[in-house]
Design a binder for this molecule. Structure first.
Ligand code: FES
Ligand code: FES
Length: 213
C-alpha cells in the first residue's frame, strides 16, 4: 500500500516507524528486560521519565496511558490491581513520593520525576516489609486481590496519621487522636475488600502502628 503523504509532512510510514521504535530504556543497574511499548495507531507518543521501586525508566508512551496501565502493561509490575478502574476500590493504590494514590485515576505523564513505589518494591520474599508480615500473621486477606493496594494504603495512612492529618471521624482536630479501630476503618475506607477480611486487616494495621509507637 502506498505511503500517503500529509500536508504537515507526517506520513503513515513515519508514524508506524515511530511506534515500532518506541522503547523503554532503563538506566544503570536495572536488570529488568526492556519491554516495548505497544503501537498506538496514529497516536503521538510523549516521553516520560520516572523512578519505580528505585529504578529509573524513560519511555515513549501515549499520553492517555494511566499510571496503573503503565505499571502493569509496560513495566509488567502486576502487583497493583485493576479492580474498578474508576477510583472506587483502591486495588490500584501505589505510593507516589510517599503518598497513596489511586493509580487508575492519574495519567503516567503527570509523574515525570516522581518516585513511585509498588508492592513489588516494599519488601522481598525473605525480607518482607513489616506491614506485609503483619498481614500474613493476621490473615489479612483471602483471595489477595485487594491486598497490594491495602498494604500500600496502610503504610501511607500510618504516615498521614503520624503527621497529624485528621480523618472524618476525628473529633478533636487540635490534638492527635488515638489510632482507634474506628479511625483505621475510616482512613482505610477507600480500599474495598470483597472477601470482607476487614477485621484481620485492621488487626494487622494496629499491630504495625503499635510497633511504631
Ligand atoms: Fe483504581 Fe479501583 S482500580 S480505584
Ligand atoms: Fe479478596 Fe480482599 S482479600 S478482595
Amino acid at each position: 500500500m502506498a505511503d500517503t503523504g500529509r500536508a504537515d509532512g507526517v506520513t503513515r510510514r513515519a508514524v508506524l516507524a515511530a511506534g515500532t521504535a518506541a522503547m523503554v530504556t532503563i538506566s544503570t543497574e536495572s536488570t529488568m528486560a526492556a519491554p516495548v511499548s505497544p503501537i498506538e495507531n496514529g497516536s503521538i507518543l510523549v516521553e516520560v521519565g520516572l523512578r519505580v521501586n528505585g529504578q529509573s525508566f524513560t519511555m515513549a508512551i501515549d499520553p492517555r496511558v494511566t499510571l496503573l496501565d503503565l505499571l502493569r502493561e509496560h513495566l509488567r509490575l502486576t502487583g497493583a490491581k485493576k479492580g474498578c478502574d474508576h477510583g472506587q476500590c483502591g486495588a490500584c493504590t501505589v505510593l507516589v513520593n510517599g503518598r497513596r494514590i489511586n493509580s487508575c485515576l492519574t495519567l503516567a505523564v503527570l509523574h515525570t520525576g516522581d518516585e513511585i513505589k509498588t508492592i513489588e518494591g516494599l519488601g522481598a520474599e525473605d525480607n518482607l516489609h513489616p506491614m506485609q508480615r503483619a498481614f500474613v500473621r493476621h490473615d489479612g486477606f483471602q483471595c489477595g486481590y485487594c491486598t497490594p493496594g491495602q498494604i500500600c494504603s496502610a503504610i501511607a495512612m500510618l504516615e498521614e496519621f503520624r503527621r497529624g492529618a485528621p480523618s472524618h471521624v476525628t473529633e478533636q482536630i487540635s490534638t492527635l487522636p488515638s489510632l482507634s479501630e474506628e479511625e483505621i476503618r475510616e482512613r482505610m475506607s477507600g480500599n474495598i475488600c470483597r472477601c470482607a477480611a476487614y477485621p484481620n486487616i485492621v488487626a494487622a494495621i494496629r499491630e504495625v502502628a503499635e510497633d511504631l509507637s
